[in-house]
Design a protein around this ligand. Structure first.
Ligand SMILES: O=C(O)CCC(=O)C(=O)O
Ligand SMILES: [Fe+2]
Length: 458
C-alpha cells in the first residue's frame, strides 16, 4: 500500500469492524453443589479423594492443598517435546484419567455461549464439542509464560478454561493479538459474585492460536479445568463399532442402508429407474387451520422425522438420493390415489377430494408399478379418463412399504390424543424418491418421477 494514497473510508470501516471482535468470550456460570464435587486419585491408589471446589472454609483450603500435592508438575510443549521448565511454567497438573468432576460441560449450555461469542457469520450454528483436557492447580507464585495452545488435530480451534472459586489472588490470564491486549482476572470476577446464591465459576474460551499467559498467583490456589474445543463432525451416519444395538432394528442405521443398497444393486429391480414409495411408519402433527400464506409444513418435516422414518431418510440421502415427503389421498369409490407436495386447504367441496386435488390443487395421480417397472392396471382408470384433468400429472410408484390409508387432506379429523387439542391433526406422510437406472441409481436426470411432478412453489 503506498504511503500517500488516501485510504477509502469503507476499507477503514471494514478493517476496524474486523478488529473489533476480541478473539475470546468470557463470563461466569452459576453451578449447583454437585457440579463442584471433584473425585480424584491414581489408578494404583485404593481410595478416591473428594473435594468441594466451591468451598472457602479452612477445611476446604486444606483439601485444595492436598489436591495440589496430588498434582504433577505441569509440562509444556516445545516442538514435539513435553518440557518441564519451572522458569517457563510453574503449576500443578492432573490428567483427565485421574479425576471425575460433577460439572458436565455438555449439559451446561456453555458451548452455546462459546458458539455465539466466538464464532460468527453462520459458524455460530456449527456443531462444536469440548474435550476435557486437564486440571491445573496454580499455587502461590505459579504462572505460565506467553504461549499458544498446541493444536491436537486440524479440527481443534480453541481452548476453554474454567476457573473455580477457590480463594486466590492474582493469576490473571492475559491474551495478546495484533497489538491488542486483554486481561481475564478470574479472581476479581469471582470475588464480585461471591454473594450470589449459586456459586459460580469464571470461564473463558479463546482461539488457541492467540498468545496468552497466566500471571503469577499472589495468594491462595487458582484451580482450573481446561477443555480443547473442536469442530464436531456431523451426526454420525453409522454407529461406532463398539456400540451395538439389539432393538429396535431400524436404529441400526447401517442395516437400513445395507438393505437399501442391496435392493438398488439388483439389475432386475426397476431396471429403467423410477420412483420408490415408502409409507412412513409414524404420523406427524399438522396445523388443522392451515392457510395458504402459512409455510408448507412438509418443508420442516424433513428435520422432524421420527425413529425408523428418520433412519430411512438418512439412509436414502447417504446413497446420494433425494427423498421428498408427499401427502397422499385415496378415494375408495373412485379407486384413485392422488398426492400433493404441499398442504392444501380444501374447505367444503362437493367433488371427490382426490379429484378436487387433481383438478384444482396441482395434485398428481399415483399409479402403482411392479418391481420390473410395468404399471399395474387400476379399476379407476376409466373414471380418470372421464373426470381427470386433461394432460394431468401422473407418477408410477413402486411401493416398498405401504402408505397410510384414510388420510384426509385439509379436512377436520378426530382422533384420540393425550391432550384435548383441536389445533393439530396427525397426518400420514409418504416419502418418494427417484432412482436412476440399474448401475447408475443416483443419476435421476432422465427419470420422469416424483421430482418432476413437484409443484412450483405457490
Ligand atoms: O489457566 C489459564 O487461564 C490458561 C491455562 C493455559 O494457558 C494452558 O493450560 O494452556
Ligand atoms: Fe494455554
Amino acid at each position: 500500500m503506498s504511503d500517500c494514497a488516501p485510504e477509502p473510508p469503507l476499507v477503514k470501516r471494514l478493517r476496524s469492524t474486523l478488529a473489533e471482535n476480541p478473539p475470546f468470550c468470557s463470563g461466569t456460570l452459576g453451578l449447583h453443589a454437585r457440579d463442584f464435587t471433584l473425585l480424584y486419585g491414581k489408578p494404583e491408589d485404593d481410595i478416591a479423594h473428594r473435594i468441594n471446589l466451591s468451598g472457602t472454609s479452612a477445611k476446604d483450603v486444606e483439601a485444595v492443598n492436598k489436591l495440589e500435592q496430588a498434582c504433577e508438575a505441569a509440562t509444556f510443549g516445545r516442538n514435539a517435546e513435553a518440557v518441564l521448565d519451572e522458569t517457563y511454567r510453574k503449576a500443578g497438573k492432573m490428567d483427565s484419567d485421574n479425576f471425575f468432576l460433577g460439572f458436565d460441560v455438555d449439559r451446561s449450555r456453555i458451548l452455546d455461549v462459546v458458539r455465539a461469542g466466538l464464532l460468527a457469520g453462520g459458524d455460530e450454528t456449527k456443531p462444536i464439542r469440548a474435550e476435557l483436557y486437564k486440571l491445573n492447580v496454580y499455587g502461590k507464585d505459579a504462572f505460565f509464560k506467553p504461549h499458544k495452545d498446541t493444536p491436537r488435530g486440524t479440527d481443534m480451534f480453541g481452548s476453554l478454561v474454567l476457573v473455580f472459586p477457590t480463594p486466590h489472588e492474582g493469576g490473571a490470564l492475559v491474551l495478546r493479538h495484533e497489538g491488542n491486549e486483554w486481561s481475564f482476572d478470574a479472581a476479581q470476577i469471582l470475588s464480585a459474585t461471591a454473594h450470589y446464591e449459586l456459586k459460580r465459576v469464571a470461564y473463558i474460551a479463546f482461539f488457541s492460536d492467540i498468545e496468552h499467559e497466566v500471571l503469577p498467583v499472589t495468594s491462595g490456589h487458582r484451580v482450573t479445568i481446561t477443555y480443547n474445543l473442536y469442530w464436531a463432525p456431523p451426526p454420525a451416519v453409522a454407529f461406532p463399532e463398539e456400540l451395538s444395538v439389539i432393538y429396535p432394528k431400524h436404529s441400526n442405521f447401517a442395516a437400513v442402508g445395507e438393505a437399501l443398497a442391496e435392493l438398488l444393486a439388483d439389475p432386475t429391480f426397476l431396471p429403467e429407474g423410477g420412483t420408490l414409495g415408502f409409507g412412513l411408519r409414524h404420523a406427524y402433527p399438522f396445523e388443522k387451520r392451515w392457510e395458504r400464506k402459512m409455510p408448507n409444513p412438509l418443508d420442516k418435516l424433513r428435520g422432524w422425522l421420527k425413529g425408523s422414518d428418520a433412519a430411512l431418510f438418512r439412509a436414502l440421502q447417504a446413497l446420494s438420493l433425494d427423498p421428498q415427503p408427499w401427502l397422499l389421498c385415496q378415494s375408495d369409490s373412485y379407486c384413485i390415489t392422488v398426492m400433493v407436495d404441499h398442504m392444501v386447504r380444501l374447505g367444503y367441496c362437493e367433488e371427490d377430494e382426490c379429484y378436487a386435488l387433481l383438478n384444482h390443487h396441482g395434485g398428481v395421480r399415483v399409479v402403482e408399478k411392479n418391481s420390473d417397472g410395468t404399471v399395474k392396471p387400476s379399476k379407476g382408470d376409466e373414471d380418470y379418463e372421464a373426470y381427470g384433468p386433461e394432460n394431468g400429472k401422473e407418477v408410477g410408484v413402486f411401493w416398498v412399504t405401504e402408505y397410510g390409508k384414510n388420510n384426509t387432506i385439509g379436512s377436520e379429523y378426530t382422533a384420540y390424543g393425550n391432550e384435548p387439542t383441536t389445533a393439530y391433526m396427525y397426518m400420514v406422510v409418504s416419502l418418494l424418491v427417484d432412482i436412476g437406472p440399474a448401475g447408475d441409481r443416483a443419476n435421476t436426470q432422465g427419470i420422469a418421477g416424483s421430482k418432476a411432478m413437484q409443484s412450483t412453489k405457490e
